[in-house]
Design a protein around this ligand. Structure first.
Ligand code: F0G
Length: 445
């Protein structure tokens, strides 16, 4: 059985906290990891595979809880259905159930990559329509352990949809802070539909997050943004599903769009653990894709601010450089601006954990334009899969890095398509403009 606690990520601190506490941040100001005392045995791979034949057990059916032995912070007997049922939060086994990596021939053609060497994993077929359900099921499980009554978050729309959905299902309250006028209508509709209290913030996501964290610190709710380490645990299962479908032989590259950098943090932690446990020998290189209009991580990591490259630096990154970057942009009044509103974020809350992930995986950060993301989203559609504009950053960046020769001819590439389309007007507008690469304008009778 796994015994878990929370531990500060700063190697000079390393303070630990009991699992039954609700702080997401150490007293020294750094974020926390969920850590486990044991090293799970690789033979579990067989058990995960057998659970796919779930026989009506929703914890085996769930693409998150099928891997529960690796995220067992509740310290339960994973084979005991009654214990699973009293602890694990699940939308009837639906989270992660439909998620696996697919070949997409038209995307491969567009990105100039052999179609056998590209796999894209849509997370948009989760019950609330995005990857967030992976991490929300675990975060709400922790909330339930603490007997929490109200969940709270800031969101560009998908986190709030997911939080509100699980809150409704668990008879909890949910308060969501959203940047007014900057959330896709389909996402905002979900928050209302699932009974959340919507609070509109004048300003961008960064301001909404600060407002929501302040409200949580005044005991107005339990934070379920990706600063919550239990979110990060559930999001690791996306990579377990990728690896399972590749017979646990890691790809050369893994691509994600980058916003608050929770996925980046989670993928890094997932790979670090699997490597440490001896489950994988090869470490895939992580590629994080920023939108050109919201490119903090891209600029800092690539040394485009003050000509200094921001690095993990053995756990001692130059936090003053990050603060100067934020101060400079606040002073000139520059706010993140992109049509991919999901990733319209200027101050990525998981930036330090994300640096650790880049360091461990020898990762890269690139950026793409709105036009490139729209093309990426559209070509995914032509393969019969649905994704939103932020997810379109992935095929766009694969194409870019193939063109630049960064991805070699025989490299295997995996990309995560983070969410489904919740702004249909954006698609219609794309197709009305014949200048767009994949546009198919309507004809008149
Ligand atoms: N893709 C989609 C569809 C998202 O909704 C988000 C984040 C990201 C990518 C970025 O992921 O934060 O892990 O780097 N959406 C958050 C929200 C911020 O509030 O729904 P990240």
């Amino acid at each position: 059985m796994q015994m878990a606690s929370k531990k500060c990520i700063n190697p000079d601190c390393g303070l630990t906290f009991d699992i039954l506490t609700d702080n997401y941040m150490c007293t020294c100001g750094n974020l926390l990891d969920v850590i486990y005392t044991n090293s799970p045995k690789r033979e579990l791979i067989e058990r995960f595979y057998e659970r796919r034949d779930h026989g009506g057990n929703i914890y085996d059916e769930s693409g998150v809880w099928r891997f529960r032995d690796l995220i067992n912070f509740s310290n339960i007997d994973c084979e005991d259905f009654a214990e699973c049922a009293s602890y694990l939060v699940s939308l009837d086994g639906a989270e992660g159930r439909l998620s696996k990596p697919y070949k997409m021939t038209k995307v491969a053609e567009y990105a100039n990559i052999n179609s056998e060497l590209l796999r894209l994993q849509p997370e948009g077929y989760n019950p609330s329509g995005s990857f967030k359900d992976n991490g929300m099921s675990t975060a709400v499980t922790h909330a339930k352990m603490l007997r929490i009554k109200t969940l709270i978050c800031a969101s560009t729309g998908n986190t709030s949809a997911s939080a509100a959905m699980y809150a409704a299902n668990e008879r909890m309250n949910c308060t969501v802070y959203i940047p007014k006028g900057e959330v896709a209508p389909g996402k905002l509709g979900q928050a209302f539909q699932f009974g959340a209290q919507v609070i509109e913030v004048k300003g961008n996501f960064d301001i909404a997050l600060a407002t929501s964290l302040k409200a949580a610190s005044e005991n107005q709710g339990y934070t379920v943004n990706s600063v919550n380490p239990f979110r990060i645990e559930g999001q690791k299962t996306m990579i377990y599903r990728v690896l399972e479908n590749l017979d646990w032989s890691p790809p050369d590259w893994i691509f994600y769009p980058g916003g608050a950098l929770g996925n980046t943090a989670s993928c890094g932690k997932c790979l670090m653990e699997l490597y440490e446990w001896g489950w994988i020998k090869k470490i895939p290189r992580l590629v994080i894709v920023n939108s050109e209009g919201a490119n903090t991580f891209y600029e800092l990591v690539n040394g485009l601010f003050e000509e200094k490259r921001l690095t993990w630096n053995s756990g001692r990154p130059d936090l003053t450089l990050i603060n100067r970057y934020y101060k400079f942009h606040d002073a000139i009044g520059k706010v993140p601006k992109t049509q991919a509103t999901a990733i319209q974020i200027g101050k990525p809350a998981n930036i330090v954990k994300a640096l650790r992930a880049l360091n461990f995986t020898n990762g890269l950060v690139t950026q793409v334009s709105d036009k490139e993301m729209a093309d990426g989203m559209s070509v995914v559609g032509l393969n019969g899969f649905d994704c939103e504009m932020a997810s379109g950053a992935v095929p766009a960046a694969v194409k870019k890095l193939r063109e630049r020769g960064v991805i070699a001819n025989d490299d295997l590439v995996v990309g995560i398509l983070t969410g489904r389309q919740k702004d249909p007007q954006l698609v219609v507008n794309y197709h009305l403009n014949p200048n767009n690469r994949f546009a198919n304008p309507p004809s008149e009778a």
